[in-house]
Design a protein around this ligand. Structure first.
Ligand SMILES: [Zn+2]
Length: 424
């Protein structure tokens, strides 16, 4: 970890709002759909690659020695051309019909901070690199850019990954001019990156609800996806008395109503249990459902709590199925451990908020972010600004101008500290 700067700076240069908004608009000219108002930059597609080329040009013209690495990450650098650096940024790709901020905010904020400090005559002792990561949103599974930088790509996943249209990741990379066999070139050696800081929209309602402009993430929830199958007997809805049914949906409904007490007994404030998809078979209005299939996604920042909830789900599902003469099965589709971000860096970020007089809330992120992957390489921090109405991944995703400015000022203060910037 980088030692603290000799003292806090109190006279940081102001954020240039028009320049910052021009950067956001510059990225968002690519993939914008005027009909929906949404942004479509699926990773490595035409719009995504055009946005990356635009960013390389923009940073190059600003003298930031921009390049695209082997994974499609765009990287600009300010300060010493050799030696370790501090990295700030986020991702440029979007979900289908995504919003204008999401990852774009963190990239443009990092660039605005660097341009502002440089214009005001500041100099960093450690280089600051601005990164726009690739394939964060999950067209092929997600976090590929940051996994390439941290050398943590699973080769089996890389070989098998495909999007929902069956297009493989390796073909897509090749078509984008990024040969998959070169992905290893994007890896950064240990000690090369001293810290990573990401500014992102919260994508949830907590900060708005608390009326606080800044969130400081301590970690990112783990995610476990389960597939539940309840099997009874399909039968005529008129001739089969209620007492003689083996109704698979009745079992699932009983399980769903047990979720809240289960969370109260075994979960925390950060726990989430979600049934997001239900399929009934045969799926006919006049037939008692013989089979109910449901997805169940479990999240918590603590792996022990996740395990306790998973066990409780199995127990409760058994309890509701037995008296209804239903067979049941739980299959684990995926398990992602929670990630704890660097506690010292989170404290340091919070200290900057206090110093700037900006209200903040320590929290856990319910969504995945590049910062959790960078934490494998270096101390990593994640700063949130509120999402209006808690909305994200939608065209009307929005954060107020005042909150955006608070976020950029936070990133500026943290980068000045970590890169030991000094005024001329
Ligand atoms: Zn994002």
């Amino acid at each position: 970890m980088i030692p603290p700067a000799p003292r806090f700076r109190t006279s940081l240069p102001p954020i240039d709002r028009p320049r910052f908004e021009a950067l956001l608009a510059g990225v968002n000219q690519f993939g914008h759909d005027p009909d929906t108002g949404g942004h479509n930059r699926p990773s490595y597609g035409e719009a995504d690659m055009a946005a990356r080329a635009w960013l390389v040009r923009t940073m190059d013209e600003a003298g930031l020695a921009a390049r695209m690495d082997a994974a499609g990450n765009v990287i600009g650098r300010w300060g010493p051309s050799h030696g370790p650096c501090v990295v700030a940024g986020s991702h440029l790709d979007t979900v289908p019909d995504g919003g204008p901020l999401d990852g774009t905010l963190g990239v443009c904020a990092a660039l605005e901070v660097v341009l502002g400090l440089r214009a005001a005559g500041w100099r960093p002792q450690l280089a600051i690199e601005i990164i726009a990561t690739a394939e964060e949103e999950g067209r092929f599974g997600g976090m590929l850019g940051s996994q390439a930088v941290t050398a943590t790509i699973d080769p089996a996943w890389l070989a098998a990954a495909a999007d929902t249209h069956g297009r493989t990741l390796t073909d897509t990379l090749t078509a984008a001019g990024l040969p998959p066999q070169r992905l290893g070139d994007a890896a950064r050696p240990a000690g090369d990156v001293l810290a990573f800081v990401e500014l992102h929209i919260e994508q949830g309602p907590v900060l708005e609800h608390l009326d606080v402009p800044i969130g400081v993430a301590d970690g990112i929830s783990g995610v476990c996806e389960l597939e539940l199958t309840l099997t009874g007997e399909a039968n005529h809805s008129g001739t089969t008395p209620m007492s003689l049914r083996a109704d698979a949906f009745a079992g699932l409904a009983a399980f769903a109503t047990a979720i809240e007490p289960m969370l109260a007994a075994h979960g925390t404030n950060e726990s989430r249990l979600t049934i997001g998809r239900v399929v009934l078979e045969p799926g006919f209005a006049h037939t008692v459902p013989g089979v109910a299939r449901a997805s169940l996604v479990l999240r918590d920042p603590d792996a022990e709590v996740m395990r306790a909830l998973r066990q409780a789900c199995e127990r409760v599902l058994g309890d509701v199925c037995r008296p209804r003469r239903l067979a049941h099965q739980i299959v684990e589709r995926s398990w992602l451990d929670p990630v704890r971000l660097d506690p010292a860096l989170a404290d340091r970020i919070a200290a900057h908020a206090a110093k700037l007089g900006i209200g903040y809330h320590r929290m856990c992120s319910g969504a995945g972010h590049d910062a959790q992957i960078f934490q494998r390489l270096c101390p990593s921090g994640l700063i949130f600004v509120p999402s209006t109405g808690g909305v994200s991944h939608a065209p009307h995703e929005h954060t107020s101008g005042a909150h955006l400015e608070a976020g950029v000022r936070m990133l500026q203060a943290v980068l000045v500290d970590l890169a030991r910037c000094t005024a001329a």
